[in-house]
Write a protein that binds this ligand. Sequence first.
Ligand code: NAD
Ligand code: DAU
Length: 355
Amino acid sequence: MTRHVLITGGCGFIGSNFVRYVRAQRPAWRITNIDKLTEAGNLQNLADVPEDERYRFVMGDICDAPLVGRLIHDCTDIVHLAAETHVDRSIMDARPFIHSNVLGTQTILDAALRTFEARSSGRLVFASTDEVYGSLPLDRPDLKFTEDSPLRPNNPYSASKAAADMMVRAYHETFGLDCVVTRCCNNFGPNQFPEKVIPLFVTNLLEGKHVPLYGDGKNVRDWIHVEDYCSALLTMLERGQSGATYNVGANNERSNLELTRELLRVLGQGPDMIRHVADRLGHDRRYAIDATKLETELSWQATRSAWPEALERTVRWYQDNESWWRAVKSGVYKDYYRRQYGLFDEAEMDSPSAR
Ligand code: NAD
Ligand code: DAU
């Protein structure tokens, strides 16, 4: 039977790259993409992908159980990426994060269970995050997160992802649902919404604006190119062990200050473009991923993430796609809540202004 994958959140950064990656690597497969088109979800991200018998887009909310049930009924597998993803937004208002990340995941799990159990086949791959592990100290560079590290999420976003991650585990343990959980580090690459640090800083610099560096700039993130994460997702979908959790990383740790200096170098600008601003609340100090399990069990390797080449390629993409980011950036935050709460008339969610 031809594989037909339901990709949730396919209009976002990783989702749109994954739709393109699967089409290139597995041309016979069919894809259905369900996306609510939040501020980070953008149809323009897939403007080059025509709707045909191989690809279908459905605008909708993953909390819409009847819709999700119908879509899963037609599919053989699910790659579940849809989520509210920006930590700063979760600090401003956690409610949409519980809605999409927790309730949305449970809705997908229930529908998957009904359909896949009846059919005795069908796999769910869930994109969790390295943020569920919490933070590592800067003075212990020897420490990295393994799959056995305790979950200690520190912000509303990561707490909502940890809840979803644990629900996926529970559906495997309780009902035997075929699930794989992936915990990946920070992605970078084309089509990333410019509220995340790399596209925000690159586009600010291209606009001649300063870049807002939080706190002392010493916080460390582990950076992977989105194409490497896409190849990991496909590997886990095809060959991951049922019920397993896999870390995904590229051994590419940088402090935010190092990252910023690298971007300034690539764009030929000086340190005077940095503005040191107030720190993020609950700002995790360091993330570092040990991806040995994925590398040894499934022979996966990150091959496209090495700096400076991968970062320079990414900067070039934003330079070459100015109309994309200018259009996206002009809408950042503007009408966010109108779209978030108005478009779907979610009676159970109060708008912040109504509270
Ligand atoms: P993104 O914000 O760019 O995209 C998320 C997509 O989900 C958007 O298109 C949005 O419209 C859609 N969405 C949100 N709520 C929805 C809902 N209720 N119903 C339907 N669609 C909805 O995020 P991303 O960076 O592409 O991340 C994708 C996934 O990978 C997320 O689950 C995230 O937690 C996880 N992840 C991301 C990173 C990273 O560095 N970007 C790292 C590890 C894990
Ligand atoms: O680690 C995986 C996670 O990476 C994903 O699960 C999240 O969805 C994704 O958003 C990302 O989270 P971060 O919080 O690490 O990414 P962000 O781009 O928001 O910030 C990266 C670092 O840069 C962080 O230490 C905060 C800092 N920062 C960020 C912004 C937006 C700044 O200094 N200034 C900024 O303006």
